[in-house]
Design a protein around this ligand. Structure first.
Ligand code: XIL
Length: 675
């Protein structure tokens, strides 16, 4: 069976080589196919590279103890251990990790190289319980062209971690790509330029890792030079890369008020922009994430006290001053805009609690803009940047936060990250841009655009059609006076995206343009996205969805961390579904109803829970309307019926959740169209 699958995939990839002709890389050939284990279990009784299946990741100390690894002296929040899985490229992999730690959270992440460019993707987060124990499980699709893949454990902080188990396994059937060379790159210089096409409207930018600049393969640099006229370093100007940990921690007294900084990571990309006359967006000065926790402690000692407000204000001002000053001195005029603060609004509303609020207080955003204005040259634009920024309640919070800063004249622009899906209504999105511009008197940059491809029969084509609609709306808004001055896509290719499995960008991994690129071009040049050769006429599947659990199976799945089990004590028959172990109320049981797009559905189900209320909720583009709110809490079954109209073209899940994370039970579930 394995052999058969291998041949199939090898055939597909071999076909791609022939098509992709003018490659600027020679495919890396790998030794012929060999057996790939379906799971890899780290063995902490064995030393690194001595059959233990694990390696040290970054700068830290590892001690093997009683079949666990104890990780200490972690120089940065991503230092620890990794489990290499280079042979798992082209597969979906489930990672399960069990650990004990005093860090507030751990994350399992994937690192891989795409033609020499390093990409990082978060797989799943976990929060330790009171005993510090955390179990994390998540899965990820590793791109077929990924090399040197490894899955590693990171934390929000540099405190110790004891890893008790770390296991990877293949989800579904194995694609054995061990003998298959990675694809060739296409020549990117033959593709018409986005920035030239949009020259009358706004800059067209891209986020890139600096490894693109040091890569011996220049295809990616050529692509930037051909396509884009603004570049955002994807990670290299974030505090975790700019703060000089070694210097600060070695001589905390010297750097106590004015943190040591360095640009080792950012230099290649700054040099590239300077040499090629490309403008750069600086991202980001102040952020709760990707900022080491030691930065917030007295003497940079995480075992001591948090720094006082006064000390943190000094560190903040000196950091902002010295970063801007370094860039202006060494790269004058390169950085035309800085994201001064990133993501300061909490998902639940109000200011996000972080080390910044704990040390300085809620006015840290105001202070950061005050310092940035004081130290930045007047031609450098100062931005606030956030995600889900198009959602109504988040707009209110952002506007409330920024109003006084705008009134003080300390902000020039609103950065709309725009990590969206192809279900988002472009008019709704544009109304947010207009509102920020009108109410704050600032310009707009779309800073991190990526668009999750729909789960449709023609995902690439449908994404292209959506991109045309979106960019048509952006152009119209720009013409109508909404001051959109730059649109940046968050990555060069799907494979390099931080959300690679959602295929959210404009170019395929081999640098060839996707229908999404074509849609963006059609919006400005006219025309329509061509239907690809493998286009299938969409069939709307309105077969009713029925689950009674009597055969002990279910086809929906967990929303985030929840766990589903078939248990007894049913509403009808013998078996029902139990949802439990969520970390949050919305970690429920989800069913995809995208196939009913354009129809009204009638949903009926029986539910029971100890929680006061259970809800049936729709998850559409970051809005979560309740389709049914069911009073539960008595432990009795409640039978519920409701109707909901699924928008045409929408990618949509509906999910059941309980108000206090208590387990809930579902039975007699039926979804059918009624129109
Ligand atoms: C992401 C990068 O793309 C990843 O490589 C990194 O591992 C995590 O950060 N909002 C932001 C960006 O402002 O800085 C984030 O970038 C994506 C979300």
């Amino acid at each position: 069976m394995k052999g058969k699958i291998f041949k199939l995939v090898a055939g597909v990839l071999a076909g791609m080589f022939l098509l992709s002709g003018c490659g600027s890389t020679t495919p890396t050939t790998v030794a012929g196919p060999h057996d790939v284990p379906l799971s890899i279990v780290a063995d902490f009784t064995k030393k690194e590279n001595k059959g233990g299946n694990w390696v040290t990741y970054g700068d830290c100390k590892i001690t093997l103890k009683d079949g666990t690894t104890v990780i200490t002296d972690r120089a940065a929040s991503n230092c620890g251990i990794a489990v290499p899985c280079p042979d798992y490229r082209g597969n979906t992999v489930q990672a399960s990790v069990k650990a004990t730690t005093e860090n507030d959270s751990l994350t399992v992440s994937l690192r891989y190289e795409i033609f020499g460019n390093v990409s990082y993707v978060n797989i799943a987060p976990g929060t330790p319980n009171e005993a510090g124990i955390v179990e994390i499980t998540g899965s990820i699709e590793i791109p077929a062209n990924a090399e040197n893949s490894m899955i590693y454990l990171e934390a929000n902080d540099v405190r110790d971690i004891t890893v008790t188990s770390f296991e990877l396994s293949i989800v579904g059937e194995l694609n054995n790509l061990t003998g298959v060379p990675v694809e060739s790159l296409t020549d990117p210089t033959g593709t018409a330029s986005l920035s030239a096409a949009y020259a009358n409207y706004f800059k067209f930018g891209v986020a890139s890792p600096a490894t693109v600049m040091t890569n011996p393969n220049d295809g990616f640099r050529q692509m930037i030079l051909t396509q884009f006229n603004s570049v955002t370093p994807e990670n290299e100007l974030k505090p975790e890369n700019v703060l000089d940990a070694a210097a600060c921690l070695k001589d905390p007294a010297k750097y106590n008020e004015s943190p040591a900084i360095h640009f080792d990571a950012a230099k290649p990309i700054l040099d590239f922009c300077k040499e090629n006359g490309i403008s750069m967006r600086g991202h980001t000065l102040i952020w709760h994430s990707q900022t080491p926790s030691w930065f917030f402690y007295e003497n940079y000692d995480v075992n001591g006290q948090l720094a006082s407000r006064d000390l943190m204000l000094k560190r903040m001002e000196n950091y902002i001053d010295s970063v801007i000053n370094y860039c202006e001195t060494n790269y004058p005029g390169v950085i035309y805009a800085w994201d001064v603060c990133n993501e300061c609004i909490d998902d639940g509303g109000g200011i996000r609690q972080s080390y910044w609020t704990q040390t300085i207080g809620n006015d840290f955003v105001e202070k950061a803009f005050e310092f940035a204005r004081k130290h930045a040259p007047s031609n450098v634009q100062l931005f606030y940047n956030d995600y889900n920024e198009y959602q109504g309640s988040k707009q209110d919070d952002i506007i409330n936060l920024l109003k006084p800063i705008a009134a003080a004249g300390n902000i020039d622009g609103m950065g709309m990250q725009s990590h969206i899906s192809s279900g988002l209504d472009p008019d709704y999105y544009i109304s947010a841009a207009k509102r920020y511009a009108d109410e704050l008197g600032v310009i707009i940059h779309i800073t991190e655009l990526d668009v999750t491809a729909p789960k449709s029969q023609n995902p690439m084509y449908d994404q292209g059609v959506y991109m045309q609609k979106l960019f048509t709306a952006i152009i119209e808004a720009d013409k109508a006076g909404v001051p959109i001055e730059c649109v940046t896509v968050w990555g060069l290719t799907d494979d390099m995206s931080w959300k690679s499995s959602t295929k959210p960008l404009l170019f395929y991994g081999n640098l060839s343009p996707k229908p999404a690129y074509e849609g963006v071009m059609c919006a400005v040049n006219g025309g329509e996205v061509a239907k690809p050769a493998d286009y299938v006429e969409p069939v709307v599947d309105t077969t009713p969805f029925i689950e009674d659990y009597e055969d002990k199976s279910f086809t929906g799945g967990p929303r985030y961390s929840s766990v589903q089990k078939i248990v007894g004590d049913a509403y009808e028959g013998e078996w029902c579904l139990e949802n439990s172990e969520g970390y949050d109320t919305y970690d429920g049981y989800a069913v995809d109803v995208s196939n009913y797009a354009g129809h009204t559905i009638h949903v009926s189900f029986a539910i029971k829970s100890a929680a006061d209320q259970c809800c049936l909720t729709a998850d559409i583009d970051g809005t979560w309307p309740h389709l049914a709110e069911v009073p539960t809490g008595t432990g009795e079954w409640v039978f519920v019926e409701c109707d909901y109209t699924v928008d045409a073209g929408a990618t949509l899940q509906i999910y059941w959740e309980s108000s206090d994370m208590s387990p809930f039970y579902l039975d007699s579930l039926k979804i059918e169209t009624v129109d």
